[in-house]
Design a protein around this ligand. Structure first.
Ligand SMILES: Cc1cc2nc3c(=O)[nH]c(=O)nc-3n(C[C@H](O)[C@H](O)[C@H](O)COP(=O)(O)O)c2cc1C
Length: 345
């Protein structure tokens, strides 16, 4: 597998929490693009089941994305936030869990699975993949991509021997892949960041963040990317497993802007501004993954009540362009619009 070999240089972003269904990955593969399964938050068995389903329905190359475990915050640092969320627990009639500092999202087990049953591409976010992990994946023939949000992160990850970098701009929906969870969220716009990373490394670059139209994709390719990675654009497709309330909110005029917040997980992430963000953004601590554990039952209850005001409505800045169109057709349309934009320059 090599990015340069893609018939359509469009990547369907890994989207943990439900959207990245095997059917979505397969549809993007049929259009000649590259789809990703999201290993984040899944048990190793659930990941293996999705890989198995995907292999049954698609012969196209695909990727799996992993969260690199970061520094684990002190449970005491989230005590005040836990107390604040008691009102939400009452509202949704759930119990808040005791935070588990040992949670590393099954890092070792998922890596063992990917080494035993290799997939074409593995990408990482939230940190640099350890060099021995990169080397191990290379030994089993896997193409390795590291996500970066700054030039410094790009230099550090390039030095680890990865095959390509996913350059994520601050326009991106969902979590920022920033390596230091305590730093201020990155702010350099994608096209500017791409140009800087382009001059810092010769690795192939995948551009992500706010890309919603053919013109956006053409601009990222012109700025030095080999492919573009879109998440939000696929959220409303029929193959996406996003919650119905999330899909509807993306098209609802009531949700008029996106904001970056730590309120749901303790890591900065961009989503539609809703009641939960308005009430908790100002006080949410940098406490991933403990904050994520705390809000999990709240988000699950909100989803089952079809309540968009208690859900994490992840969305990039281009969310108004997200369409309820089959993912294969969407990918093909985006690529032909990108080619038209490239040839009219
Ligand atoms: C709902 C959602 C979930 C996401 N989950 C992941 C994930 O599990 N791993 C990851 O590397 N990126 C994740 N991202 C970020 C994407 O990889 C990508 O950077 C982003 O979607 C690009 O911006 P866009 O949404 O404006 O297209 C997620 C994005 C969204 C919208």
């Amino acid at each position: 597998m090599d990015l340069a070999g893609l018939r359509t240089p469009i990547v369907a972003a890994p989207m943990a929490g439900g959207p990245s269904m095997p059917e979505l990955v397969a549809a993007v593969g049929r259009a000649g693009g590259l789809g990703f399964l999201a290993a984040g938050y899944k048990t190793p068995a659930a990941l293996a089941a999705q890989v198995g389903t995907l292999r049954e329905i698609s012969g196209a190359p695909f990727g799996v994305n992993l969260f690199v475990p970061g520094p684990v915050p002190d449970v005491a640092s989230i005590a005040a936030y836990r107390a604040e969320l008691a009102v939400e627990a009452a509202r949704y009639d759930v119990d808040l869990p005791e935070p588990d500092p040992a949670d590393d999202d099954y890092w070792d087990e998922k890596l063992a699975f990917l080494l035993a049953d290799p997939v074409p591409v593995v990408s990482f976010t939230f940190g640099p993949p350890p060099a021995d992990v990169v080397a191990g994946l290379h030994r089993v023939g896997t193409y390795v991509v590291g996500t970066v949000t700054s030039v410094a992160e790009a230099r550090a990850v390039a030095a680890l021997g990865v095959d390509a970098l996913c350059v994520q701009g601050p326009e991106a929906g969902g979590h920022s892949g920033m390596h230091d969870p305590y730093a201020a969220p990155p702010a350099v716009p994608l096209l500017e960041l791409l140009a800087s990373v382009r001059s810092a490394t010769s690795l192939p670059l995948v551009a992500a963040g706010g890309i919603a139209t053919g013109a956006d994709a053409a601009a990222a390719l012109r700025a030095g990317a080999q492919a573009v990675q879109l998440g939000t654009a696929y959220l409303r497709t029929p193959e996406s497993g996003a919650k119905p309330a999330h899909k509807r909110a993306l098209a609802d005029q009531r949700f008029a802007e996106t904001v970056v917040t730590r309120a749901f997980s303790g890591r900065p992430a961009r989503g539609l501004r809703n009641r939960f963000i308005e009430e908790h953004d100002a006080t949410a601590p940098a406490g991933y993954p403990l904050v994520n554990q705390l809000t999990q039952p709240l988000r699950a209850a909100a989803a089952s009540q079809d309540d968009p005001d208690g859900l994490a409505l992840w969305a990039g800045t281009g969310y108004r362009h997200a369409q309820d169109v089959p993912a294969e057709a969407l990918t093909a349309e985006l690529w032909s619009a990108a080619q038209a934009a490239q040839s009219s320059q």
